[in-house]
Write a protein that binds this ligand. Sequence first.
Ligand SMILES: [Zn+2]
Length: 223
Amino acid sequence: MPQPRVYETEAVVIRKMNLGEADRLLTLYTSSLGKVRAVAKGVRRPRSKLGGNVELLTCSRLMLARGRNLDIITQSQTIDSFMAMKTDLQRTSWGLYVAELVDRFTPERQASRALFELLLKTLNRLAGDGVGETALRYFELHLLELAGYRPQLSRCPGCNTELPLSCRLSFSPVAGGLLCMRCRAGEPEVVSLSADAIRMLGRLQDSDGEDVLKTGLSQALNA
Ligand SMILES: [Zn+2]
C-alpha cells in the first residue's frame, strides 16, 4: 500500500542547520516515525508561520509532506517549548546534551514510542524545579536500555554469578556491566564504582526515577 503523501506527528526538534537563504534543515524525533530529517521552508524570515514552533528543543504537532529525499514541514503548532529550561543556561546545555544523544543513538525512521516518551519526560524534568543532573543519569541509563545496551548490575556478565551488593566493584563498558573479582582480573578497561554508586544506578534503572529525583542523589544514597 502506498504511504500517504502527507502525515501528522508530534515531534521534538533535536538538531537544526541553516539551509539556503531562509530555510532550515531540522532533525526531528517524532512519536510515530522515530528520527526524521525535514526542511522548514522560509523559517528564518521574520514573519514565518512556522517560526518558534520548530525551534530546537521544542515539542510541536507537525504536518509534513513526504519529499523525494527530505520531508517538508507544512504546518506546525507548539505543544511545549520547555521555556523554564531555555531561560537557564545550564539546563539548556543539559537539554542539548540529551538531544545530541538521541540523535547519535538512533537510526532514521525507526519508530520508538518509548524513546519519544523518555525524551519528553526528560525535557519536562529539566524544565521543572530542582531536579538537576539526576534527570540526566536517569535518561542515560534508560536510553542505553532502549538501544539494547542495558548495563548489567546484578550479575557478572563474564561468568553470570550474582554480585555482592555491599562492596566496591568494577564496571566494564566492553562487557556491559559490573564484573566479579575473578573476571575483573583479566579486564584492563574498567571504572571502579562505590557500593553507593552501584545502588543508585540500580534504583534509577529499575524505577521511573521519581523517588530518586524527589529526594536528590545524596539523600537517595543514604536511604
Ligand atoms: Zn565473573
